[in-house]
Design a binder for this molecule. Structure first.
Ligand SMILES: [Zn+2]
Length: 186
């Protein structure tokens, strides 16, 4: 019984650290069904049982129980380290899968002038559809255009899109607008 209290108190601290590691691992959804985590849980339970027997002081051979505590703790640490390694591998695999999914979604998107614009600029691109009546035939026309920065407005002279109508529309749109078109409205 001479050295036992000192050894078991450090073993309790060691077990507390191992147990804390195991609790942290078990908070990750990636551990579900991982056999390494099950093995680590069993090893830590075994170490707890051995340590509990050692601290009750009822064991006949104190030196033997201290050795068992050390061994159970060493196995717990190894098992928790293996479980942590397994969780880190799962996390890396999941991150890779997410990356691949994002890349494949990007690759499936059709390339067009608007998707070739850097994302930050694309976010600022504004599309407008404005319905106006042709001054000549009175039928509805839709003026479509895009712009990124409003640098001022200027009158545009546009052709009426309706069949034989020779009418001209005057419409104010941003000076730096692109993709300007007029289509038949409803
Ligand atoms: Zn017209």
């Amino acid at each position: 019984m001479r050295l036992q209290p000192l050894l078991t108190s450090s073993a309790v601290i060691d077990l507390g650290v191992v147990l804390q590691d195991l609790v942290e691992l078990c908070q990750s959804p990636l551990v579900l069904g991982a056999p390494e985590v099950g093995r680590a849980t069993l090893a830590v339970s075994h170490a707890t049982a051995v340590l509990s027997r050692a601290t009750t002081g009822e064991e006949a051979d104190a030196e033997d129980i201290q050795e068992q505590v050390r061994e159970a703790l060493a196995r717990s640490r190894e098992a928790v380290a293996a479980a942590r390694h397994c969780v880190e591998r799962s996390r890396a695999a999941r991150d890779l899968a997410l990356d691949l999914t994002a890349t494949s979604i990007r690759l499936r998107q059709p390339r067009s002038p608007i998707t070739d614009v850097p994302p930050l600029l694309r976010a600022w691109t504004t599309r407008r559809y404005a319905t106006v009546a042709c001054p000549a035939c009175q039928r509805p026309c839709v003026v479509h255009y895009e712009y990124r920065f409003m640098e001022g407005l200027a009158a545009r002279d546009l052709q009426c899109p309706h069949g034989a109508c020779e009418g001209r529309l005057t419409y104010y749109i941003p000076v730096n607008a692109s993709g300007v078109s007029v289509i038949v409205g409803r």
